[in-house]
Design a protein. Structure first.
Length: 286
């Protein structure tokens, strides 16, 4: 009988190759619901993504930040695993069980310290502050690819976190905010702000409206939930494409004349020193 059940289980797993992703999703959601520190780490992840998008971090800086925060999240999940296993095995207080939990918590602390150090160096490093000021003086448009990728990931995290906090819907269906509407309007507003063709912008917004309407007709979301997703996306893209250029106007531009004079000053000094040497070394002038 036992062999029959094992065969049925193996057959079921072969028929559902994507079931492992479902189990992984349940593990992440359980950690988020039961561990306050895990929720804090995900909040920080959203803030870092949005800050990197607004401050126009390069790919290396974004990868360093994402790797550091992801390491903390993974360490927190392993800490949860250790706590569950120890509580399942140990009956009452045992010094070995306490040591196992302490070591797991220490791993989370080390990862968090590493993430904090990386964040301080990237956000508040002298060279990076200078780079941010230089970018404020320039009128460079945001990278469309970076806005689309980071914006979609950030919106997805915000939508999923809001569903978990309010305990409404599932991570990918239903809930207080429509994720499909948010992502649809994010892409539509990105096209609106970057495309120079009004017809293309109108079609993009029309497609986003159709996506939102389909969620209402399917019964997954109400009108209010769809509007919340659209407003969230519009605020994010408006901040990137209109808020940042407005913020740059508060930074005085550098004077090109001053920069040119500063650049030529060392050359002028060298020519003056060379003339002085020639005068001092000329015997006819002695």
């Amino acid at each position: 009988m036992k062999n029959t059940n094992e065969k049925e289980t193996k057959t079921e797993r072969k028929k559902n190759p994507l079931s492992s992703f479902k189990y992984a999703e349940e593990g992440v959601l359980h950690s988020f619901r039961t561990q306050p520190h895990m929720r804090f780490h995900f909040y920080v992840l959203v803030v870092v993504l949005l800050s990197g998008l607004l401050l126009n971090f390069d790919n290396h800086e974004m990868l360093a930040l994402l790797f550091s925060i992801t390491l903390v999240i993974v360490a927190e999940m392993f800490n949860t695993v250790v706590e569950v296993i120890v509580d399942m095995i140990a009956d009452g207080y045992r010094p070995a069980a306490k040591l196992a939990k302490d070591v797991a918590a220490g791993a989370v602390l080390v990862a968090a310290m590493n993430a904090t150090l990386a964040g301080v160096l990237i956000f508040f490093g002298r060279q990076h502050l200078t780079d941010i000021q230089d970018q404020m003086h320039r009128n460079l448009p945001p990278d469309i690819t970076k806005v689309a990728i980071i914006g979609v990931v950030s919106l997805a995290l915000i939508v999923i976190i809001s569903k978990l906090i309010t305990n409404t819907g599932t991570p990918f269906q239903g809930g207080i905010i429509s994720g499909h509407s948010a992502i649809g309007f994010l892409l539509a507003m990105t096209i609106l702000f970057t495309a120079n063709n009004p017809a293309i912008a109108f079609l993009a917004i029309l497609l986003a409206v159709l996506v939102a309407q389909s969620r209402i007709e399917a019964g997954f979301h109400s009108l209010r939930e769809v509007i919340l997703g659209a407003v969230l996306a519009i605020l994010l893209t408006g901040l990137v494409y209109r808020g940042l250029p407005l913020l740059k106007t508060f930074f005085p531009s550098k004077s090109p004349t001053t920069t040119k004079q500063t650049t030529l000053l060392p050359h002028a000094t060298q020519r003056a020193e060379g003339s002085t040497r020639r005068v001092e070394g000329d015997p006819t002038l002695g």
